[in-house]
Design a protein around this ligand. Structure first.
Ligand code: FES
Ligand SMILES: [Fe+2]
Length: 432
């Protein structure tokens, strides 16, 4: 349980808040590279700030304030030039670093007009990496974008799922520190969903390729170099099993690693989160070929957020998979869940540890230090390998696609792979 003030401290993302300050020490994906391919601009909302992402005609990216400082017209209508983005209204031209490059009429009347030097637009650094466009809204000098292993691997086929979740980022992160929900939400409830849909429950209730019941007998959590590892013992497992000995990492502050995917949670504002499922699939001959995929061509697909149908019934067909089930639990906790009313138990030790780690890093930032996972030395940022359990979770092999899988249900690449595997196994229910 937290007080109202404590809850605000750990959830609010605005620039003038402690958590907003901490979260501004990191780069966040704001779009897939392909989403800016056939267009000049794209509106972005990040950490409560309204911005416009653009690519000029020289191919350089920029991220600037959404409103032109002249008379506040929307820069999303801007025209990309050889350098910068020109406001549609009166042609003022803005550079990616926020300088005003031209004010056509001002210099028509007065060639020495100095107005141009007296105005600027908010501007933030943007970089492209591994198929994503990242932005940094924090103080300079900006750190490096971490070269997490999945961003660097070359022998995989990538795709990215995305959704806008109508809730605060922290309740999504807390879900990642909560192993026990898998037993209930993704197993027991999942079985009920299939009953509602009139489909057989092939799953189930089994993990470890069908060998282990999803029944937790022990959970554990450790802080490691890059975040927190959560460990679980299921009935029939020993501490030598990798679900315990290796565990399941959360990269501080907003990334969950599952198998060969990252789930990246990007705070849009206090009550919305942009979600990215960043997937690396291992090729399999005849099923999923290793296309010479330029990482910048990584495709993106939408993941629907389950709601209620016209009769007030849950949209069961959207909660037949892990991602849909998690989405429904996150946002039904409320736009910002009321932690004054919660009752944490033994299953929530990881949630408590994560809040403690947040607090430690809030203090670090207040003291002027870099928080966890701020990388500045290129020598330590070549390929940051993350150990993760493999037995319980998808290892990127398309033959592991299942109805209970992650957002893969909506991935065109995985659906094509599943079609090729038909006859071997029925892998996916139709997407409606
Ligand atoms: S409002 Fe943008 S140039 Fe006038
Ligand atoms: Fe989950």
């Amino acid at each position: 349980m937290l007080t109202t003030e404590e809850n605000a401290r750990v959830t609010r993302v605005g620039a003038d808040t402690p958590m907003g300050e901490l979260l501004r020490r990191y780069w966040y994906p704001i779009a897939a590279s392909v989403q800016l391919r056939d267009r000049g601009t794209r509106p972005v909302r990040l950490l409560g700030e309204n911005l416009v992402l653009f690519r000029d005609r020289s191919g350089n990216l920029g991220l600037i304030g959404e409103k032109c400082p002249h008379r506040r017209a929307g820069m999303v209508f801007g025209v990309p030039e050889a350098e910068g983005l020109r406001c549609a209204y009166h042609g003022w031209l803005w550079a990616a670093d926020g300088r005003c490059l031209e004010q056509p009429y001002e210099t028509t009347e007065d060639s020495a007009s100095s107005l141009r030097d007296r105005v600027s637009i908010a501007a933030y650094p943007v970089q492209e990496k591994a198929g994503l466009i990242f932005a940094y809204l924090g103080p300079q000098p900006a750190p490096l974008i971490p070269n997490w292993d999945l961003f660097v691997w070359t022998d995989v086929v990538r795709d990215i799922g995305t959704a806008v979740v109508p809730c605060n980022w922290l309740q999504i992160m807390e879900n990642s520190l909560d192993p026990v929900h898998v037993e209930w939400l993704h197993t027991y409830f999942s079985g009920y969903v299939l009953e509602r849909l009139g489909r057989p429950d092939l799953n189930r209730g089994k993990a470890n390729y069908g060998k282990t019941p999803w029944r937790h007998t022990k959970i554990g959590f450790d802080v490691f170099d890059y975040g927190i590892v959560k460990r679980r013992l299921l009935e029939g497992m020993t501490e030598d099993d990798d679900g315990w000995s290796v565990g399941h990492p959360i990269l501080f502050p907003t990334i969950l690693r599952t198998g060969t995917s990252f789930q990246i949670r990007v705070p849009i504002d206090d009550t919305h989160t942009q979600y990215f499922w960043y997937n690396c699939h291992k090729p399999r001959p005849g099923v999923l070929e290793l296309r010479q995929q330029d990482p910048l061509d990584t495709p993106i697909y939408e993941v629907p957020v389950p709601g209620l149908d016209g009769r007030g019934e849950p949209e069961w067909h959207l909660v037949d998979n892990n991602s849909g089930q998690d989405l429904a639990m996150w946002y039904t906790q409320g736009p910002v869940t009321d932690r004054e009313e919660e009752h944490l138990g033994a299953s929530d030790r990881g949630v408590a540890l994560y809040r403690k780690l947040l607090e430690l890093n809030l203090v670090k930032v207040a003291q002027g230090q870099d928080p966890m996972n701020v990388f500045r030395d290129p020598a330590t940022n070549v390929c940051i390998e993350i150990q993760t359990e493999t037995a319980l979770f998808n290892r990127g092999d398309p033959s592991r696609i299942s109805r209970a899988g992650q957002s893969g249900k909506y991935s065109p690449i995985l659906r094509e792979a599943a079609r090729k595997l038909e006859g071997e196994r029925t892998l996916l229910e139709p997407v409606r």
